[in-house]
Design a protein around this ligand. Structure first.
Ligand SMILES: [Cu+2]
Length: 462
């Protein structure tokens, strides 16, 4: 594992030790410094200090890579390296990523920009970067063995291309792909339209769907897992580690979501309808959009959704596969609903004083109970809301819509203050007797239940 300290020392010596034949001649003179991020918190959007103007995105629990302008080229420097990523408070993972984090920083530029991206490999094995969705010269496509030689450990390669269309793209290795993506190597590449007024929104968020298989108590993902992942993450963060998406009432909001897991994710927003306005292939024409509250995002796809945030509140926003809003530990627990465990628990308790029977009445109590867990393990479902345990994990966050948020302010405003009389509440009255529903509603035959209802005996009305 590379610590922060020896990474920093390594960065200097690595840059000096570059092979002369590797970097293109135009660029060999000076490689831009590689910016490093040590925090997993959402960073403020990076307003472009030079070049064409654009409206920057906000990378959820992530950041945008700074660049330098050189002779009309935007120059970026990505460093592929081992990183320690906090998945949520209380759990860290040994991943591979770029510039200190997994996923790597978002690259932002403008349609028509010429970009030069230096990639330094500080991994123990070779890598490449594929610019998923971009139109470029075939030799810049980053497929190891097919369109270029692999970038060996210690080497730096340079990619150069002009951004031919606006849109939302991804980047990831095309070398030992199963391992390198299972270890967290991926990032977003947003190309803004030349005209900053085109498709303009007030808030523009982006995140990648990713998944890990990390045994409870372990730190390093199992890289050969094909489907049975146990940590479902957005930008390598699991609830309650995912920041809320903070918006101002009546903002037009875009959320760009890319899927680099091994399964599809139906992403669902509460309280609002949205439209899919963009895919990896470009903007969706207005006439081709339809309203949704859930959009399924297949493997290798990106979907940009847009909506007007006109319902104040804390709106759940999550993957609709219920196993994906749950952390490790939950997936192999046997169903114990209806199983009387008291005798068993008493007997086992004599041997193992800490033994706890679970699940006889469902698993909701696991959201609240303080179970002993191995170190570095997130509870299966967790999170405290203003009304109690939220019983969530994994791919879950909230869209917080507030009247009193300033433009450009993304900090968590706390829990929603509900107007009086707008919260579901306990109805404190005796429950009526259960009645049999009519067996055959199309028939008019006298039915004791209907007669009973007509007499008003058991119907309960408020
Ligand atoms: Cu999912």
């Amino acid at each position: 594992m590379v610590t922060r300290r020896n990474f920093l020392t390594g960065a200097g010596t690595g840059a000096l030790a570059l092979g002369a034949g590797v970097v293109s001649r135009i660029a060999a003179a000076a490689i831009p410094e590689a910016a490093l991020q040590s925090s997993a918190a959402t960073q403020a959007p990076l307003s472009p200090p030079n070049g064409r103007p654009y409206n920057p995105v906000v990378t959820l629990n992530g950041w945008t890579l700074p660049w330098r302008m050189k002779d009309g080229w935007k120059e970026f420097h990505l460093v592929a390296e081992p990183v320690v990523r906090e998945i949520a408070p209380g759990m860290q993972a040994n991943l591979w990523g770029y510039n200190g984090q997994s996923p790597g920083p978002t690259i932002e530029a403008v349609e028509g920009d010429k970009v030069r991206i230096f990639v330094t490999n500080k991994l123990p094995e070779h890598t490449t970067i594929h610019w998923h969705g971009q139109r470029l010269a075939n030799g810049m496509d980053g497929v190891g063995g097919l369109t270029q030689s692999h970038i060996k450990p210690g080497q730096t390669y340079v990619y150069e291309f002009q951004l031919r269309r606006a849109g939302t793209f991804m980047y990831h290795p095309h070398a030992d792909e199963m391992v390198q993506m299972a270890m967290g190597m991926m990032g977003f590449f947003v190309v803004h339209p030349k005209d900053p007024k085109l498709m303009r929104v007030d808030r523009d968020f982006c995140f990648l769907l990713n998944a890990y298989d990390i045994d409870p108590g372990a730190y390093t993902p199992k890289v050969n897992t094909m489907l049975d992942f146990n940590l479902w993450t957005w930008n390598s963060r699991a609830f309650p580690g995912i920041d809320p998406l903070v918006v101002r009432t009546n903002d037009r909001v875009r959320i760009r979501v890319g899927n680099l897991t091994m399964t599809n994710h139906p992403i669902h927003l509460h309280g609002h309808e949205f439209e899919v306005t963009g895919t990896d292939g470009g903007w969706v024409p207005k006439s081709a959009r339809w309203p949704e509250v859930t959009t399924d995002i297949a493997v290798g796809q990106m979907r940009a959704v847009e909506f007007i945030a006109n319902e104040p509140g804390d709106w759940a926003f999550h993957c609709h596969k219920s196993h994906h809003t749950m952390n490790a530990m939950g997936h192999s627990v046997p169903t114990m609903i209806g199983v009387e465990q008291r005798d068993l628990a008493d007997r086992i308790g004599k041997l193992l004083p800490d033994y706890m029977a679970m699940g006889s009445k469902g698993m909701a109590d696991m959201g609240e109970m303080e179970m002993p867990l191995p170190d570095n393990t997130l509870p299966m479902m967790t999170g405290q809301g203003p009304f109690g345990a939220m019983e969530m994990g994994g791919m879950f966050s909230t869209v917080k819509v507030r009247d009193d948020v300033s433009p450009g302010d993304y900090k968590d405003p706390g829990w929603f203050k509900h107007p009086p009389g707008t919260v579901a509440q306990r109805w404190d009255a005796p429950a009526p007797a259960a009645v049999q529903a009519p067996a055959n509603p199309s028939s008019n035959t006298a039915n004791p239940t209907l007669l009973n209802l007509k007499r008003g005996g058991t119907r309960h009305e408020h």
